[in-house]
Every structure is written in C-alpha cells, then in structure tokens.
Design a protein around this ligand. Sequence first.
Ligand SMILES: [Fe+2]
Length: 485
Amino acid sequence: MNAEAKLLDVAQRRCDFHRGFLALQEEHCGWVNNIRGAIPADLAGTLFRNGPGAMNAGAEAYGHWFDGPGMISAVTFHEGRAHFKNRYVRTPKFLSDRKLGRVSNRGFGTQIRGGIFSNLLKPLANPANTSVSWHGDKLCAFYEGGQPYRLDPHTLETEGPEFYGETLKPWTTISAHGKTHPTSGRQVNFGVNLTGIGWRGVTCALDVHDIAPDGGSARSLRIPLRSFPFLHDFALTETHALFLVSSVDFGLTGPLLGTATLSETLKYDPRCPMRGILVDLRELKVAREFELPPGIVVHFANAFDRGDEFVADFFHTESTEGFAWLDNVFAAKQATGSQLYRLRLNRLTGRTAMTPFDTAPIGEFPAWNTQQTGLPTEHCFFVGEHSGEGFFNSLVTFNTETGACQQVDVGDHRYTSEALFAPKSRPTSAADGYLLAFIYDALSHRTEVQIRDAQSPDIEYAAALLDHHVPFGFHGHFTPETFLA
Ligand SMILES: [Fe+2]
C-alpha cells in the first residue's frame, strides 16, 4: 500500500483528519474568488505559513511528520481581497526526492531504504518545513536541523541558504523559533550544534544568535552542553532570552551508525530535572542557570520582565505521549497538546515558581500579538482538541491575567493548524485584532482561510475558500506588508 492509500485507509477506518496530511503537489498562484462574508477593509498584509507539503516521495512514505518537504503558503490580504500562492522550498532534499521519486535522504524519523549500509553516517536532511519569517527584508524558511532558506516574498521562489553575513557556516544549524523584538528590530535565534567527540561521547553546544535588524550580521554566544538537548523554542524579552532544556534523552549512537532514527531514541527521563539557562542579551553572556522539576517544554508563548522577575508562559507536559502520533501520521492515533504554564524567575535570587493555568484547556501552537513580544500581554491564542475528533479542531483565546477562556469549535470534520494574530489598523488594545487560521474540511477535502475576531473567536468576519486543500502545517508569520506576484 503506498503512502497516499495508507492515509485514505486510516481516514476511512477511523479519523478523517488524516486526509489533511495528503500531499498538495500543485503550486497555485491567484486571487481567491470565493469569499464567505466580507474581508475587513483594514486587514492588509501577508500571512505566510510553512509545513510539509507531502508525506510521501513517490510511493514511499516519510517516517515522521517533521520530514516532509517544506511548502510555503502565502495569503495576501489587499483592499478586501485575498490572494493565495504556495510553493515548495527547493532544498537539495526536495530536489533529490522528487527527481528519484523515493525517499533519498534521512530525516528526524525517516531512514533511507536499504538498512544500515544506506544510512551509516548519513546526515539528516534539511526539509526547511517548520517555520517562515519575514525579518530584515528577507523571507526565510526554517528547520531546526539546518540553515534557513531565503525566498522571494513575491513569488516564493527559493533563492538559496541564508547565512546572515558570516554568522552561520554551511554546517551550523539554526532553530525554527527565532523571535523579533518589536522595538529594537533585532531577531534572536539559536541552534544546537555538535562540537566534537569527548571521552563521554559527542559534545554539543547551544549557540545563541542576536541578529541585526537588517539581517546582515549577528553576535553569537556559544554555551557548552552536557548532552544533546531537546530544545525547540525559547522565550524572549528586551534584555534576556530563556532556554529550558527538557527532561529528554537522545541516544546518538544509533542515529550516527544508521541503525535508528533520532525520533526512535527520544525518551522522557522523569528523574532528570529541566535545566534553565537565562542569557543576558545586553552583555551576551549566561546570566543564570537553574533547575526545574522534570518536564518537557516544546513551545513558549510570550514572556516579559516584571521588576526583578522574568515571566514566561509555555506548554508543558510530563510524558512523550503527546509526540507519539507525530512519528507516524499514517497511524490512527490522536493528536494531543499540553498544559499552559507560567514560570516566574527572579533574576537576582534565582528563585522560581512554576504554576499551571488551571482554566486553560489542553492545547498547542501558542500565538500572541507579536508587536508585544517581550512585553506584558494578557492574551494568548492557541489551538485545542475537543470532542474526541482526534486533531486540533478549536481556537482558544485565553486571558493569562483573569483566567477567562473562550474555546470555539471550528466545525464538524474540520481541523485547524496554528492560528496567528494580525492587529487591527486602529486597535483599542493589544488584543484587538484578527485570528487567521487555515481550516481543513475533511468532507470537501478543501481548506479555507478564516478571519475571526481574536478577542471573540466565535465571530467570523470572513473566510477565503480555496478550491483545494492545504496540508496541515507548523508555523507561520503575519506581516502588514503585502507581497503579490
Ligand atoms: Fe515549533
């Protein structure tokens, strides 16, 4: 059974959300003629999204959602209209897999057919499929195990790897969760890199990059680590960056020898505390290291400084159950999320307090008004799963100050990817804006881009109805700039 047939089989047997992982091979570019409602006149800008455009190369399936080739979608809102385009990132992996019509590169959870002899010492390919960001007049697609790929924002054509001047070398990696400070315009990002072989095995480091507003240079800090970490995201304020190394073990021997994937060796260690690293961005040095109870943090929401405290919100879990479905989207498992928590760290004393937001539902993919990144924000937007549908099917607006929560179902047999915030032109508050979400309808096998009220997500202003689907994706970026082909 080939990859597409497997997805259809699973969708028929149990959960129809699996059809949302089917490939979109075509590349589209044009105005969306079918609009439900009226696109607000003050909504102007471009919503970029990234995600695997296919879970198969020819008849072969990738072994993990993280390994499909990156496909960028862009919806430009202009004078009450919506324009859609999508294009695959032309990475060497994409070109090779497409040319050969099979899986020709290793991935986070994918092996090349042929056993150890095909995989021994083979690096993991960069699919550039995790996020996309507009910064310093550059549109880049990111993965966390490689360098970014720069794209033409008008056409989405791939221009080549981006090195930020001489900051990155071809072999260095940078994460998919760079964050831009709204006042300084500087983007902070990081990468985990192997640095050598020591007597206890492979040595590695956390490299923190403070990228200039024009994207042309960066200052970097290297922090040696004891073992290969699970580090996917971080929190940013104007002066500090916070990293939490989760209680996860990776065994590197199997992946290096080609006998296992990195995903297969990922294991939660409930005896291992989380390790916190606070970086002072003004002096670019480690300000404090500390420990937290064991846990796993994948995504951070916003963070801010309050007096001597660094305050950060994030989704936290104590098992890898939530990741189990990621390693095989062809299996009929259920997507789950995590619990939203707040960490308060006293920068002077090192005292920490970590508490869950009890009224927040289980969720993932936190978003906020990025004009407020590093500043106090009351609202966190994320997606949740309820009614047992199996995949994210609701939009959540959560007030972190009052605990008030609105969770809105996106409809029967409908599922959502990450929802992003776009500010109104004359906002009355930092949360006065639109929630933009790609909603997949499993019955029609089509996707619509919904525009909802961020504070009251039950209010839908409009939806741009595409005449095709867009596979579920990871992270996106909204910019008030309009880019039309
Ligand atoms: Fe992520």
